[in-house]
Design a protein around this ligand. Structure first.
Ligand SMILES: NC(=O)c1ccc[n+]([C@@H]2O[C@H](COP(=O)([O-])OP(=O)(O)OC[C@H]3O[C@@H](n4cnc5c(N)ncnc54)[C@H](OP(=O)(O)O)[C@@H]3O)[C@@H](O)[C@H]2O)c1
Length: 311
């Protein structure tokens, strides 16, 4: 079989890590990531698969997805909103899905979260139940290795009033992607989400955190806590807690992922300790998804449509 050609768009932590992983594999050649001026050519190169690892919002990656699909490439996008794009912009998702079908290629959005932990993995756990259940997930994650831009978007490094203003104007998102995970699970189960209630709060540090990429002053946000609740049939169905911090030890936190499933005959909690690493886990998930995306049918798919990713 001829080598699979993968082009990496996005010269950040994730793009570089995915490129390094894929370069170690037989049967894969890797182009990029490259500097900004050369990115357009790489995107339009017609590679078998393009990895887009740039940013978070669907609107900010849509043109890049369209360019790669138009050039006949399959696409894996790390943008959190792309893991279930219909929740963000139904018309845009419909249009790009139709384009992918026309070109005979597949689009998949996702990394570890969204893309595995609270959607694909939850669905796998639900294979052991045969009754209606409610879900509660909790992720506590070390944010100290993220880059400056991602930390700013997560809400790290702000006094309380600027944090609140950032949340109000949409520049601070905290962890993005819970709505997508919830919709992936709901869609697979045939449930309709009425609405998703959201709360996001800063975790203000009493002492400075000397982070190289974004030092945090005393009294500013060194962490973020979020609670998202998806309402189905008028009741809480899926509740997600996210705690991220750049000074885990100082805040008395340890990395951990937890998934609890409750029903009349079901009461289980799955704990992953010390939690799946946001960067290493996502890089592996993207690299391990190349083969399953190449093998998938055309269109914009979710992780619920695909077999598990593996090395
Ligand atoms: N689903 C998941 O589980 C998951 C996991 C990890 C990451 N992510 C998401 O994936 C994205 C990338 O993560 P990262 O850690 O690699 O971020 P990063 O280290 O900040 O790198 C982002 C890279 O993309 C480039 N970039 C940003 N916007 C661009 C645009 N509009 N066009 C072209 N290039 C652009 C940046 O270039 P410049 O430096 O020149 O601006 C930088 O090279 C983030 O949004 C992150 O939240 C998702």
């Amino acid at each position: 079989m001829s080598a699979v050609r993968v082009a990496i768009h996005g010269d950040g932590q994730l793009g570089r890590a995915v490129a390094a992983l894929l370069r170690e594999r037989d049967g894969v050649t890797v182009d990029g990531p490259v500097a900004r001026p050369e990115r357009g050519a790489l995107l339009r190169s017609g590679a078998d698969l393009v990895v887009i690892a740039t940013t978070t919002l669907l609107a900010d990656v849509a043109a890049d997805i369209e360019a790669a699909v138009t050039a006949g490439s399959n696409v894996i996008v790390s943008a959190e909103e792309s893991s279930f794009p219909w929740a963000v912009d139904r018309e845009l998702a419909r249009r790009l899905d139709a384009l992918a079908r026309e070109r005979g290629v597949t689009i998949l959005g996702g990394g570890v979260n969204p893309g595995f932990l609270f959607d694909a993995f939850v669905l796998t756990l639900l294979g052991t139940t045969a009754e209606p259940v409610t879900l509660t997930v909790r992720r506590t994650v070390d944010l100290s290795r993220f880059g400056t831009v991602v930390l700013g978007r997560l809400g790290i490094g702000f006094p309380a009033d600027e944090f609140a203003a950032g949340v109000a104007n949409g520049s601070i998102l905290g962890h993005a992607g819970f709505p997508q995970s919830m919709e992936i699970v709901a869609h697979a189960l045939g449930l309709a989400v009425d609405r998703i209630d959201k709360r996001i709060e800063p975790l203000l540090t009493p002492h400075p955190v000397p982070l190289d990429q974004r030092p945090v002053a005393a009294g500013h946000s060194a962490g973020v806590h979020q609670i998202y609740t998806a309402i189905v049939a008028g009741r809480p169905w899926y509740t997600a807690h996210f705690t991220g911090h750049v000074d885990m030890a100082g805040a008395g936190l340890s990395a951990r992922d937890e998934i609890s499933v409750h029903g009349e005959h079901t009461d289980m909690t799955c704990t992953i300790q010390p939690g799946i690493g946001a960067q290493r886990g996502s890089a592996a998930m993207v690299a391990n998804s190349v083969r399953r995306v190449l093998a998938a049918g055309p269109g914009w798919v979710t992780v619920a449509d695909l077999p598990p990713a593996h090395p």
